[in-house]
Design a protein around this ligand. Structure first.
Ligand SMILES: Nc1ncnc2c1ncn2[C@@H]1O[C@H](COP(=O)(O)OP(=O)(O)OP(=O)(O)O)[C@@H](O)[C@H]1O
Length: 709
């Protein structure tokens, strides 16, 4: 959504708060708008309010300048000097124009011309124009150079900001809003340079206005009716400024819009459905085309002109609102200077040439003057936004992670880890941030060092959550998790995570090469031999070798090729197939094949398993705990069996926690099985114990076994 200053301090915006928020219907849209305080009816009030807020952001400008001094201080200083020169030149031109006018006046009154003076003034006027052109040229070159250097400097700062955030912090909507307005790893824009250059621009525009005003006053003083003409030349601008403030103007105010119209929602849903390649299979296979088309027609007929997006409705409303008495006055006022000139010409016929020249000069100057004023106002508005983004860019480096680091090193004795780590949950309950529901309720269990623990249960029962809490992706809401008898929150996070290898169910592959994807399982120890071995253990070598670029193949190219207007016969370009539709699915764990590579879900899962194998083998001395969340979900039965066999063999003495809802033959080998349902651990024991108990585990086991009889 477009909005004014992105986030202000103050109480939360509540659409139901009638006292501070007004509600308007715009077609199918509900617009909620912060009520204007009385003073804000004045056209400059919102700008003043924003300027007051900007004061808090100014220290960050200073900090940025200090940061930039060693990188491009001399270029910045040069740019500033050029800008000052560029701002003063229009005033100098105006002064020369005033002098030319004077020459004309003397020529009319006295019929004489001082030729030398005339050449000097004309030469000065031309030199001014040339100087402005040259300065603009050099400034644009400097602008680009500064932009490049500053962007490069801040890109490492931004990389650091993004890389250090943990999962709950990154998912926090407040943090993501802060990041989206201040941090962008890919865009060509650059928050710091935008803020600094805006500030320079405003300073320069202010200086230009001041210098021009002073010269204008000096020139007008010498002209008959000069001030009167200047006033009427700028009158229509003043009126248009007052006229802008329609009732629904949203600039500077908090606002939110939503639609609850079911027909409109359905129309938009149908449009998305047919325009995205993602749903094409189901659409065609389900024979849905005719039904959807008829449905769409009915909805559009029913909603008529109301089926329009918010901005369309808003513009429509604003155009209706804009016709007022003042707006009707705006155009006739433009003619006023000519009328005034005609009357004066009648009154003083001898001064027609001077009046004509002065009228031209005045109109030209006031037009550029008023344009500058409105530019200045507009720039001041965006400056406030840019400065606040700059503040957020610096503040983002101090965002506190929600999972705090511990202080105790782990393990105390490095030799013990490879013989497994004991794991204990004591009365652990957990709710995901922002969720009311408990994902785990009072879970307690203990797995001794070197044991194989299998968590089984229904969908959504909390199996993956158990693994996420062990890796401290999230912290428990209540209760304690201990490894080797020590509370995990007290341990250094880096040490804790170095002691375990984890494969998530919703793993993702990185937009890097296949080699890097595997090597990042243990980047510090990665060698080509180790990566190859991990790929073999994950069952990935065969299909990767068949790819044209083998292990150098990018799972998803992070940089798209650009093309346009290619003849239809162009099937490949740069050794890759041309995507004429440009519609690609996203890469997400196991659920989809790779749009770029045409790899299947199972093949992608093998790559993820290979990555985990980088740190899972018996020989890996630093890892004592292996966590696997459904690693075989997309594998065929043979691949699944091979994987389980390899896992058992490679695990050695390490502790392994395995989550699955397919019992397979893994549970038979388990030292501890936990049966979960609806956030609770309902049964624990070995396979035999649980069968003897004849509870839910036994019932589900029999159900799965019967399917194969
Ligand atoms: N990031 C999240 N935010 C909010 N709720 C979540 C999140 N992830 C999971 N949940 C909820 O927590 C509960 C437990 O989810 P979890 O993924 O642990 O289940 P699971 O047993 O692994 O399920 P499955 O067998 O389908 O993988 C579910 O109700 C789920 O909707």
């Amino acid at each position: 959504m477009r909005a004014g200053r992105s986030s202000r301090k103050g109480p939360a915006f509540d659409p139901a708060d009638d006292e501070h928020v007004e509600h308007r219907r715009l077609g199918v849209w509900d617009l909620y708008l912060q009520r204007n305080p009385k003073l804000s009816r004045l056209p400059a009030w919102p700008k003043l309010e924003e300027s007051a807020e900007m004061i808090n952001d100014l220290p960050y400008v200073w900090r940025t300048l200090l940061d930039l001094r060693p990188i491009c201080g001399h270029l910045l200083a040069l740019y500033l000097v050029m800008m000052i020169g560029h701002s003063l030149l229009p005033a100098l031109s105006l002064w020369y124009s005033g002098q030319l006018l004077k020459i004309v006046q003397i020529a009319v009154d006295e019929r004489t011309v001082d030729r030398q003076f005339l050449f000097k003034i004309a030469g000065g006027r031309v030199a001014c124009a040339l100087a402005r052109r040259c300065l603009s040229h050099f400034m644009s070159k400097l602008f680009a150079a500064l932009n490049g250097r500053i962007r490069l400097h801040f890109s490492t700062h931004i990389f650091h900001i993004m890389a250090r955030l943990d999962v709950p912090t990154f998912e926090d909507p407040v943090v993501s809003q802060q990041l989206s307005s201040s941090v962008s790893t890919s865009s060509r824009s650059n928050v710091a340079w935008e803020a600094i250059s805006s500030l320079f621009n405003i300073g320069s525009a202010g200086l230009r206005l001041l210098a021009q005003s002073l010269v204008l006053v000096a020139v007008l003083r010498e002209q008959r009716d000069g001030f009167f003409l200047a006033f009427i030349c700028s009158a229509n601008y003043v009126i248009s400024q007052f006229n802008q403030d329609g009732e629904l103007r949203m600039g500077g105010r908090a606002w939110a819009a939503t639609t609850r119209n079911q027909d409109y929602l359905r129309i938009e849903g149908l449009k998305k459905l047919i325009s995205s390649g993602q749903h094409r299979k189901e659409l065609v296979a389900g024979g849905l085309v005719n039904f959807l088309e008829a449905e769409y027609r009915t909805l559009v007929d029913r909603l008529g002109n109301g089926a329009r997006d918010f901005w369309d409705q808003y513009e429509d409303h604003m155009t209706k609102e804009r016709i007022s008495l003042l707006s009707l006055l705006e155009l006739p006022l433009e003619e006023l200077p000519q009328i005034a000139f005609a009357l004066r010409a009648v009154q003083y016929p001898s001064s027609i040439p001077v009046s004509l020249a002065s009228l031209h000069l005045l109109q030209q100057t006031t037009t550029s003057f008023t344009m500058r004023v409105s530019n200045l106002m507009r720039q001041a508005g965006s400056l406030s936004n840019r400065l606040s983004n700059l503040r957020k860019l610096y503040e983002a480096a101090n965002i506190k992670n929600k999972v705090p680091d511990g202080t105790a090193p782990f393990p105390e004795n490095a030799q013990t880890v490879q013989h497994g780590i004991s794991l204990e949950f004591r009365n652990v309950s957990f709710r995901y941030p922002g969720s009311e529901e408990y994902a785990l309720r009072d879970v307690s269990f203990k797995a001794e060092s070197g044991q194989l623990c299998v968590i089984v249960g229904t969908n959504g029962s909390g199996k993956s959550t158990v693994l996420k809490l062990i890796a401290r992706i999230y912290d428990t809401t209540s209760g304690t998790i201990l490894i080797d008898g020590r509370d995990i929150t007290t341990l250094k996070l880096d040490d804790l995570r170095r002691a375990m290898a984890i494969l998530f169910q919703d793993y993702t592959l990185f937009p890097l090469s296949i080699y890097d994807n595997i090597a990042l399982g243990d980047p510090a120890a990665a060698t080509p031999e180790k990566v190859m071995e991990a790929a073999r253990l994950g069952g990935a070598v065969e299909f990767v070798s068949r790819l044209p670029d083998g292990f150098d193949t990018y799972v998803e190219r992070p940089v798209r090729d650009l093309y346009s207007g290619l003849p239809e016969d162009t099937k490949t370009l740069f050794g890759r197939s041309v995507n004429h539709s440009r519609l690609r699915g996203h890469m997400a764990g196991g659920r989809e094949g790779s749009g770029d590579l045409g790899l299947s879900g199972g093949q992608l899962q093998r790559l993820a398993v290979a990555r985990t194998f980088m740190r899972s083998s018996v020989s890996e001395p630093t890892v004592g705990l292996l966590l696997f969340d459904e690693p075989s979900a997309s594998l065929d039965p043979k691949a699944e069996q091979d994987l389980f066999a390899r896992l058992r063999e490679l695990r050695g003495n390490k502790t392994m926690v395995f989550s699955t809802h397919r019992f397979g033959n893994l549970t038979r080998h388990a030292d501890l099985i936990m049966y979960m349902n609806d956030a609770l651990v309902l049964e624990t024991g070995t396979h035999e114990e649980l069968l003897k108990r004849d509870g839910d585990y036994a019932r589900l086991w029999r159900m799965q076994a019967e399917a194969f009889l």
